[in-house]
Design a protein around this ligand. Structure first.
Ligand SMILES: [Zn+2]
Length: 370
C-alpha cells in the first residue's frame, strides 16, 4: 500500500520535474499558402513537416535593454591587454619593413618615394581607363590625316627618344573638344583635346605640354598615387575605429578624410605636377624645342583659366597655381637651355645617369620643391 501511494504521488510530481512542453503554435501564414514549389508536398500530406518557427514579437523593453556586441569597456580592456601591444608592435614593424623595402628614387628629379605597384600592374589599370575613353569619345576622335593629329604625332616622335621610353607602345588620339586638356595613360596612350592646341600655339608649346604629360608616365606617378592609398587606408581604419569606440563623436572619419586630402593628397599631387614640369622642360629642351615657350604656354594657360573663371587657391588645388609654375620654370630655364645646347638634336638620347648629371638633375629640382 505504502509503495503504491509513493508511486502515485511520484507520478503526480512528474510533470513538475520534467520540462514543460512548449505551447503549440499554429503554422505561420507562409506555410498555409503553398507556393508552386511546395504544393506537392503539402497536398500529399506525406512530405516532411515544416519547421516550427518561433514567433518574434517586437518588445520595446527588450529593445531598450539591447547593448552593442562589443561594449566600450571591452574595447578599452582590449587596448590594455598585453597581447594587443604585441600585435600592434608586430603590425607596426611589418608596416615599417613594407614601407622601407618599397622606397625608390624617381628618375631625373631624384626624389625618394614609396611605390608598391609594378609598372605592369599600373598598365593593367590603364587599359580599363583607355577602353572607357575610347568608348566615350569614339565619335570625336580626329582622323590620322587631320593636321592637328599630325601635329601631335610630329611632336611625340621627337619627344619619345629623349624620354627613354621608346619601348612603350605609343598611341596618339586627338579628340575634338573645347576642353583644354591632354593626358597620357600608363601604357603610352596619349589623348589630346583639341581645345588645348590654341594654348600650345606651336610645336614648341605643344612639346612643353606633352613633355609634362610623358613625364608623369616616366616618373610613374600613377603607381605612386595608388601606393599612397595603400598607406593611408590603415589611417582611415583608425579613424573609423575611433568613431565606433565613441572617441571622435562619429565625425572622426569625415575629419580624417579632409585632413588627409588637404594635408597629404593635394600637396603630393602638386609636388608631382612640379616634378612633371621639371622633367618635361628638360625633355623638350633635349628634343631641341625652345624651353622659353614652356613659360609662355603657362602664361597663356593662366589667361585661359582666368577667362573661364577657374582660379582656386593653390592649397585647395591638386595643381600648383599658374604663377608658381611660371616662376619655377623661369628658374629652371638656364639648365634647360644648357641641356638643349648639349643635346645632339635628332640623335636618340635616353635619361641616363650622365644626362641627369649634365642637366643638374635632382639638386636643382629639390632646392625649389623640398
Ligand atoms: Zn600634370
Amino acid at each position: 500500500m505504502l509503495s503504491r501511494s509513493i508511486l502515485r504521488s511520484s507520478f503526480r510530481a512528474l510533470p513538475r520535474i520534467l520540462p514543460r512542453p512548449l505551447p503549440r503554435t499554429p503554422f505561420p501564414r507562409v506555410f498555409q499558402q503553398p507556393t508552386p514549389l511546395n504544393t506537392f508536398r503539402f497536398a500529399s500530406g506525406r512530405g516532411p513537416r515544416p519547421p516550427r518557427i518561433k514567433h518574434i514579437r517586437y518588445n520595446p523593453e527588450e529593445v531598450e535593454r539591447a547593448r552593442p556586441l562589443i561594449s566600450e569597456e571591452q574595447i578599452r580592456n582590449g587596448f590594455r591587454h598585453p597581447g594587443t601591444t604585441l600585435i600592434a608592435v608586430v603590425l607596426f614593424s611589418g608596416g615599417v619593413y613594407f614601407y622601407v623595402s618599397n622606397l625608390e628614387t624617381v628618375p631625373v628629379s631624384g626624389r625618394r618615394r614609396f611605390n608598391c605597384y609594378s609598372e605592369e600592374r599600373v598598365k593593367e589599370e590603364g587599359k580599363m581607363m583607355y577602353r572607357m575613353i575610347m568608348q566615350q569619345d569614339k565619335d570625336a576622335i580626329l582622323p590620322a590625316w587631320d593636321p592637328r593629329t599630325r601635329m601631335v604625332e610630329r611632336v611625340m616622335t621627337k619627344l619619345i627618344p629623349a624620354s627613354g621610353l621608346e619601348h612603350v607602345d605609343w598611341e596618339v588620339h586627338v579628340i575634338q573638344s573645347d576642353e583644354a586638356n591632354a593626358f597620357v595613360i600608363p601604357g603610352g596612350k596619349v589623348f589630346v583635346y583639341s581645345g588645348i592646341l590654341p594654348i600650345a600655339k606651336n610645336d614648341d608649346g605643344l612639346a612643353a605640354i606633352l613633355g609634362h604629360e610623358i613625364s608623369h608616365n616616366l616618373a610613374q606617378h600613377a603607381a605612386e598615387n595608388m601606393s599612397r592609398y595603400v598607406l593611408l587606408e590603415p589611417v582611415r581604419w583608425v579613424f573609423i575605429f575611433l568613431d565606433y569606440a565613441g572617441y571622435t563623436g562619429g565625425i572622426g572619419r569625415f575629419i580624417g578624410d579632409i585632413l588627409m586630402d588637404l594635408g597629404m593628397m593635394r600637396p603630393a599631387s602638386r609636388r608631382q605636377e612640379s616634378e612633371a614640369d621639371y622633367i618635361g622642360l628638360l625633355m623638350m629642351a633635349k628634343s631641341c624645342y625652345d624651353p622659353n615657350e614652356a613659360v609662355k604656354v603657362w602664361e597663356r594657360m593662366e589667361k585661359f583659366q582666368r577667362a573661364a573663371g577657374n582660379s582656386i587657391p593653390q592649397w585647395l588645388s591638386t595643381h600648383p597655381s599658374d604663377s608658381t609654375r611660371i616662376d619655377a620654370m623661369t628658374k629652371w630655364l638656364p639648365s634647360a637651355e644648357e641641356a638643349r645646347s648639349e643635346s645632339e638634336c635628332g640623335v636618340t638620347l635616353g635619361y641616363s645617369k650622365e644626362f641627369q648629371a649634365a642637366t643638374g638633375g635632382p639638386d636643382i629640382w629639390s632646392s625649389l620643391f623640398r
